[in-house]
Design a protein around this ligand. Structure first.
Ligand code: IPE
Ligand code: IPE
Ligand code: MG
Length: 235
């Protein structure tokens, strides 16, 4: 048997559905917005913990393509929180060697937010300590649809025959094609759903669900998830 090195048991890419902000707030008789604001603090803690643990990539589901259906006040509060958080945190992330990028349809965002997103990606492009991916206005079905469109265009252009389309060709067009696929998926907040997150990319991920609301998640909960991953990987 091959030597079971420690490195093999550390996930390379963790993908997280950060859920439970609203319920966290409600359980404290606070407005949902306060839960989202606390959730941003958790993001900071978890990003730091992942860099310390040498996780190569972390993808966070921040806003789904279905989240537009929420009351418009909540949607604008969340989008404003993106703006203020980006303004505040990008320099810190850059200082810590984190490369930031976004997946999802950014066309729906305000010009200001799009500009901040573009700037943050450009500023951190050369960093190699950790990849931090924010899924914003992202949906797994949208992702697969966009990949299909790109392939269809190649077929129309005569570069590719329909029978030549393989999972590898699809994978190359899907978001995050250049990263190792997530090997550990975490969802907080007690629901056991994928909610249209990375449908293609999670094909082989270990799925880990915890009841803790996202604002209560921290390094200890992260370590519990990584330990569960390690024990499953050993089996
Ligand atoms: C997740 O928390 C954050 C976002 C979707 C932006 P929720 O807002 O879904 O919180 P719950 O699920 O209502 O508790
Ligand atoms: C998933 O959580 C999306 C994000 C965390 C951004 P939701 O709370 O929106 O998902 P559902 O509605 O419970 O499936
Ligand atoms: Mg939710």
């Amino acid at each position: 048997m091959a030597i079971d090195s420690n490195a093999e048991r550390i996930p390379r890419h963790i993908a997280i559905i950060m859920d439970g902000n609203g319920r966290w707030a409600r359980s404290r008789m606070l407005p949902r917005y306060v839960g989202h604001r606390e959730g941003v603090k958790t993001v900071r803690r978890v990003v730091e913990a992942c860099t310390e643990r040498n996780i190569a990539a972390l993808t966070l589901f921040a806003f789904s393509s279905e989240n537009w259906r929420r009351p418009s006040e909540e949607v604008s509060l969340i989008l404003n929180l993106f703006v203020t958080t980006l303004k505040k945190e990008v320099a810190v992330l850059h200082g810590n060697g984190v490369r930031l990028r976004f997946i999802g349809d950014r066309a729906a965002f305000s010009g200001k937010l799009r500009e901040l997103i573009d700037e943050s990606e450009a500023c951190t492009r050369g960093n190699t300590r950790m990849e931090l991916v924010i899924a914003a206005n992202y949906g797994g079905q949208w992702d697969i649809t966009e990949a299909s469109k790109a392939i269809a265009r190649r077929v129309v252009a005569g570069e590719l025959q329909p029978d030549e389309i393989t999972p590898q060709i699809m994978a190359a067009e899907i978001s995050l094609a250049d990263l190792p696929p997530p090997d550990l998926f975490i969802r907080t907040g007690g629901e056991r759903r994928i909610s249209n997150f990375l449908l293609w990319q999670l094909a082989y991920a270990e799925l880990y669900f915890c009841d803790c609301y996202w604002p209560d998640f921290g390094p200890a909960e992260l370590d519990a998830a990584v330990a569960a991953f390690a024990s499953r990987a050993r089996r």
